[in-house]
Design a binder for this molecule. Structure first.
Ligand SMILES: Cc1cc2nc3c(=O)[nH]c(=O)nc-3n(C[C@H](O)[C@H](O)[C@H](O)COP(=O)(O)OP(=O)(O)OC[C@H]3O[C@@H](n4cnc5c(N)ncnc54)[C@H](O)[C@@H]3O)c2cc1C
Length: 295
């Protein structure tokens, strides 16, 4: 199957590309999906990475991607908008802006992450404010919800909700929204939210009000926080928790680089990526060995 890979690496910064290089050279069929927004792009000059100095962050990233592609690894510049676990087949479905793919293991190398929200929602946390349509959409069957966000991640959340909610209001500044069932686009700026014990309505800067039963927040690009929420991955202080084999609490999901915290530097990200790539390879080989024995 064309879209089936052994390993999908989400993120193509130093950690993701290093994971890709090691797993590819260990014989795995690897796909790196990368939003090309590494924090390293902000570094004007790198002088502290082994064997390389007086190089810009942008250049160092490009050299890494070129090296991986030259070695034969598959690379797509795109944004991942959803990751789902298929329990029966022990695989993962990764949906991105470039298509939908399946893999036996996933490596999260999405960089630092924190929950993206609006300050006005803080007092409603734990009520009818959600950060995951696939987790909480069920509670809004036949009801009216608002989705707040500007990109493909928000559009995907609308799609997830379109089969349950009766009416979805996508509150966005984006003027190019695809047609999605039950979705009405609201191009206004949020001023505040109203409601006694939960959000009952959104108030816009033009003072108009929209009554809703719930609010879904999907700001920016899907981060490790968002992926963790959907797969049930444990996090601590905004970092993904991994064991000594770089595996999360979900079998088959690995992580490395800034996403798991510690020293937030290229050298550590590259080391994490190499380890996560090799551990994911080992995981797949063990799974396949037991699969063959079972047959
Ligand atoms: C200003 C600045 C200067 C720095 N200078 C140095 C330095 O001199 N030396 C040094 O060692 N370190 C430096 N760092 C730190 C270094 O940039 C990071 O430690 C390193 O980039 C971490 O690598 P990573 O692969 O974990 O994450 P990142 O490099 O942040 O890469 C994450 C990748 O994941 C992608 N991604 C995220 N979400 C998705 C999604 N949903 N779908 C697809 N792709 C996604 C992003 O687009 C990005 O390409 C600096 C950082 C900053 C901010």
């Amino acid at each position: 199957m064309e879209n089936l890979f052994d390993i999908i690496v989400i993120g193509g910064g130093p950690a993701g590309i290093s994971a890709g290089i090691y797993a590819h050279r260990a014989g795995m069929n690897v796909l790196v999906i990368d939003g090309r927004d590494s924090t390293l792009k902000q570094a004007k000059k790198i002088d502290n990475y082994y064997g390389v100095f007086n190089i810009s962050g942008e250049e160092l990233i490009q050299k890494g991607i070129d090296q991986y592609v030259e070695l034969g690894g598959a690379y797509k510049e795109a944004k991942v908008v959803s990751v789902k676990q298929n329990f029966e087949s022990k695989t993962f479905t990764v949906k991105a802006t470039c298509g939908e793919y399946c893999s036996k293991a996933v490596i999260l190398c999405t960089g630092t992450s924190k929950k993206k929200t609006l300050p006005q929602l803080e007092k409603y946390e734990g009520t009818n404010v959600s950060y995951c349509a696939v987790c909480d959409g069920f509670f809004y069957r036949g009801l009216k919800v608002a989705v707040i966000g500007d990109g493909d991640f928000a559009f995907n959340e609308c799609e997830e909700l379109s089969s349950v909610a009766n009416q979805i209001y996508l509150i966005t500044e984006n003027k190019n929204v695809p047609n999605i069932k039950n979705v009405q686009v609201v191009q206004k700026k949020v001023a505040d939210f109203v409601g006694e014990n939960k959000v009952e309505g959104v108030v816009f800067e033009d003072s108009s009000r929209l009554n809703v039963d719930g609010v879904f927040v999907a700001l920016g690009t899907m981060s490790s926080f968002d992926i963790a929420k959907r797969l049930g991955i444990l996090m601590k202080n905004n970092f993904v928790l991994v064991d000594k084999n770089y595996m999360t609490n979900i079998a088959g999901v690995f992580a490395g680089g800034d996403a798991i915290g510690g020293l937030l530097q290229v050298s550590k990200a590259v080391s994490d990526g190499a380890n996560a790539g090799l551990e994911a390879t080992r995981y797949i080989k063990v799974m396949e060995h037991y699969g063959r024995e079972g047959n």
